[in-house]
Design a protein around this ligand. Sequence first.
Ligand code: B12
Length: 211
Amino acid sequence: MTETLTTALIEMREDDVLAAVRAATEAGTSPAGIIAGLQAGMKTIGDKYEAGEYFLSELIMSAEIFKRALAELGLDQSAAGTGTRGTVILGTVHTDIHDIGKNIVASVLSANGFKVVDLGVDVPAQRFLDAARENDARVIGLSCLLTTAFPAMRETIATFAAAGLRDQVSIIIGGGPVNADLALQLGADGAGISAQEAVILAAKAVEGGVA
Ligand code: B12
């Protein structure tokens, strides 16, 4: 089922993508399973772009189809719930404007009881710090899809350290090129490759346990 979905996205057949999302939902596939199928398609689209087989127009079109698929799943809105499990400040770091994954993370964190303050994309380091202070937040989520934006994550973490707040917050990072080694290198508290992992990391940060 998700293979049909993945292939339809790679081939940019929007109607087939939406039909496959509906069929998978009716067959009982979880939203996480459907997102994984879509994400696999985006990975291939990215690879084709890198290989010169697809162009920027295909990246843009696939992003639009992905967003419509999320809307079909009811996950299109960046949620701003009033969760009881603590507040997560979330944003895509400075110079990076990718937000599909971040928006999924926002929705899933919110659905799991966290209040999410979504700062959007291309977020300067100082904005993360200001939002953490304003909301008395203990968890900061940095989304990053571009390797060229790694310095922006480092700068954000350094900004918390310079303000004397580093030990009071958990800074978790995520996005395509992000992994645990990078988290260690940058001095982040953890890295997640999915929205589910974002929930586990946020839960660890505020409750010392798992989701
Ligand atoms: C769609 C897309 C775009 C769209 C973005 C639309 C949007 N509104 O987001 C557009 C067309 C705008 C775009 C632009 C560009 N893109 Co682009 N893009 C992609 C593509 C194909 C898919 C990304 C995506 O949405 N994936 C699906 C989501 C669901 O996955 P995700 O983001 O990884 O999120 C999940 C997890 O990572 C995790 N997660 C995400 N955030 C967080 C945060 C936390 C805290 C946690 C715990 C977890 C977590 O949970 C999410 C849900 O499961 C990728 C290919 C790829 N392999 O990723 C290239 C890719 C990221 N882009 C790339 C490039 C080069 C660009 C451009 C520079 C192209 C250009 N020449 O202009 C610009 C950069 C613009 C900028 N300044 O940011 C490269 C980056 C290469 C690199 N080494 O850094 C990639 C990898 C393509 C490639 N293989 O070359 N892009």
